[in-house]
Design a protein around this ligand. Structure first.
Ligand code: HEM
Length: 98
């Protein structure tokens, strides 16, 4: 159902952070990896520690193969609404006293 794209808020994704209900965000896309947990060559722990969160950095850091990138399409469930992602990583320089 490619035309029927779902958009999830960051809050909604963060609720799916359990072994039997595990979603991840990778490059703005949401994946339900609940049923891939036991098969992931990188183990289930990495999924659980990134569950409900943005795992883009960790996913890229591992240098996943083309096969892995093909495989992840099976677990794609929708897009993340970027306006709901907290900008916690944005560094804001402190205002200097004049
Ligand atoms: C839907 C998302 C994902 C899929 C389909 C996936 C799939 C795979 C596959 C097929 C491999 C075997 C090596 C390769 O082909 O590159 C692999 C390895 C690995 N993955 Fe993932 N992965 C996903 C997400 C993640 C995330 C989010 C993390 C980290 C938080 C992670 C950590 C690892 C690690 C550490 C390995 C290396 C295992 C080793 O070589 O000992 N993966 N993954």
């Amino acid at each position: 159902m490619a035309s029927d794209k779902k958009v999830f808020s960051s809050d909604e994704v963060s609720q799916h952070n359990k072994r039997d209900d595990c979603w991840l965000i990778i490059s703005g896309k949401v994946y339900d990896v609940t049923h891939f947990m036991d098969e992931h060559p990188g183990g289930d722990e990495v999924f659980l520690s990134s569950a409900g969160k943005d795992a883009t950095f960790d996913f890229e850091d591992v240098g996943h193969s083309e096969d892995a990138r093909e495989l992840m399409k099976e677990y794609y469930i929708g897009e993340i609404d970027s306006s709901t992602v907290p900008a916690t990583m944005t560094y804001v320089a402190p205002v200097q006293p004049t």
